[in-house]
Design a protein around this ligand. Structure first.
Ligand code: SAM
Length: 245
């Protein structure tokens, strides 16, 4: 199948997006909008007259979403923080281009998700959706069900590079770890990078040692101790400016 044959020539929009387009923005026949399929493709669409519940349009062209970084995907493993901090972390990480977020519980995490009926995950995914829309992402990053720290370690082999932001590390810098990424990046596959950030209480030394044994590279983010909600953002923003020289 040639790439262009994979795409339909018309599109129908319903639900909240329909209401926003037709009732709030009052767009209609002949107006052109940009639509994203949430899977990395954007479409330029010329709208038809709105119906009662839906609006359709014809696709003028499609192109890879500008809001994505195809050469790398970054997964944030976030130690479960207290209260509503996870919501801020999700919002900011999505703006900064995270591919997915996997919360985890660890020795010093105060907060835990108690059972699978918890509405939190649904709410977190909604926040990711809103942030993706706002920041013109081409995908909606997934927020996965929290793992245990042991399960995080079993994920290491799936990544080209797994970084542990470790408050007690004082030698290896993020820049140094990125040099390692540079070496791996000689392949033309997109790089998958995992970033592990601890909860408010940080990591137990045994957890840090277990990470090291599993092949995770621990890095310092500088002399100052950052809040858990700041640490992941520092890594994500530095990765955003990483370029192969
Ligand atoms: N008590 C503060 C709070 O309430 O957020 C600071 C928490 S800090 C221990 C939480 C996590 O942020 C750490 O486990 C680590 O992953 C990351 N972090 C913070 N400052 C860091 C630094 N200077 N270098 C490396 N990682 C750091």
């Amino acid at each position: 199948v040639k790439p262009e044959q994979r795409f339909e020539s018309t599109i129908t929009i319903s639900g909240e997006d329909f209401k926003h387009i037709a009732k709030v923005l009052r767009l209609g026949k002949g107006d052109v909008i940009e639509v994203c399929d949430g899977q990395g493709t954007d479409y330029l669409v010329t709208l038809n007259t709105p119906g009662e519940q839906t609006i359709s349009g014809s696709i003028a062209r499609h192109y890879p979403s500008q809001g994505e970084t195809p050469e790398m995907s970054v997964t944030l493993f976030q130690g479960l923080p207290k209260g509503a901090k996870m919501e801020v972390i999700i919002q900011k990480a999505v703006e900064l281009g995270v591919y997915q977020i996997i919360p985890f519980s660890s020795c010093r995490a105060v907060s835990q998700i108690k059972d699978k009926q918890d509405k939190k995950l649904e709410r977190w995914q909604r926040i990711a959706y809103e942030a993706a829309k706002q920041s013109k992402r081409g995908i909606i990053p997934r927020i996965l069900w929290p793992l245990t720290f042991k399960e995080v370690l079993s994920e290491v082999a799936r990544y080209d590079l797994m970084i542990l932001a470790y408050e007690d590390e004082n030698r290896q810098t993020l820049k140094g770890a990125l040099e390692a990424v540079r070496k791996i990046s000689k392949t033309d596959k997109p790089l998958s990078i995992g970033v592990i950030v601890g909860p408010e209480g940080g990591f137990d030394p045994q957890e840090a040692a277990a990470c090291q044994a599993a092949g995770v590279i621990s890095v310092t983010l500088g002399k100052r101790i950052l809040r858990t909600e700041t640490a992941g953002m520092v890594v994500l923003s530095q990765l955003n400016f990483w370029k192969e020289e």
